[in-house]
Design a protein around this ligand. Structure first.
Ligand SMILES: [Mg+2]
Ligand SMILES: [Zn+2]
Length: 241
């Protein structure tokens, strides 16, 4: 039997979206349209609801209050990419480095913000919760997938996404570089190997976990970052050596 040829690349870049590529949380950002929805989010969190289901409920309430897609677009005008991240995306794109997004936000928010800032071609795949606008003008969001990981929220295990991406594309990489900030990024980061890099945002949860209780499980090199320019610098160094 013939074995499949696995194509080897130098670097795979993986980005989280909220508080990483953009400097804020898209889901809580949209509650600015109706601040009372923050209260609803907290209540449902206390009752153990999955975050994606809570957001779907919030979108329903925004619709009942006659807030439209145009209002969403206006609300996001004040949400910008983190300093230096656009430069990083442009560098990766110019060097044709395979770059993907894995995010617990949703496909509408991400597509909108990438298109707004002309970055949609910088990424070869976006893995997130699928969101669609129904004909009545309501946004609906669903779980990305089902999985059996005990560490991750019911709707998304980013480690499973990485595994599936590598298997589906039949590719291998010298280095995987994972850029993130949050607790949802911990599971995929702990699966990274020696030679890989975890770029964890300073003062955020992921770095605290990696330097705290999970320290002994970390095999990849952890590089803390404050702005996207430090992320850019690491990619430039990896690409040039
Ligand atoms: Mg994040
Ligand atoms: Zn997981």
């Amino acid at each position: 039997m013939q074995t499949d040829v696995v194509e080897q690349f130098k670097v795979l870049a993986i980005f989280d979206f909220d508080h990483t590529l953009v400097d804020g949380n898209t889901d809580t950002w949209i509650t600015k349209l109706l601040p009372s929805t923050m209260q609803i989010i907290r209540e449902h969190q206390r009752n153990g609801w999955c975050w994606t289901n809570i957001m779907d409920k919030v979108f329903g309430i925004l619709h009942e209050e006659n807030l439209s897609k145009d209002d969403y677009v206006r609300c996001f005008e004040s949400l910008q990419f983190t300093e230096g991240m656009k430069d990083t995306c442009h560098f990766l794109q110019s060097k044709k480095i395979p770059t993907i997004i894995i995010s617990d936000s949703n496909s509408y928010f991400i597509d909108h913000l990438l298109e707004r800032d002309s970055l949609q071609n910088a990424f070869c795949c976006t893995y997130t919760n699928p969101a669609v606008w129904h004909s009545n003008g309501r946004l609906h969001v669903e779980h990305h997938h089902e999985h059996d990981c005990k560490q991750c929220p019911q709707n998304l295990c980013k480690q499973k996404v990485v595994q599936k991406h590598l298997a589906d594309h039949n590719l291998s990489y010298e280095h995987i570089v994972y850029v993130g900030d949050g607790h949802g990024d911990l599971c995929p980061c702990l699966a990274l190997k020696k030679g890989d890099y975890i770029l964890a945002r300073k003062e955020y949860k992921l770095l605290k976990c990696l330097q705290g209780e999970n320290q002994s499980e970390v095999k990849a090199k952890v590089v803390p970052w404050e702005s996207g320019f430090e992320v850019l610098k690491l990619f430039q160094k990896l690409f040039e050596t």
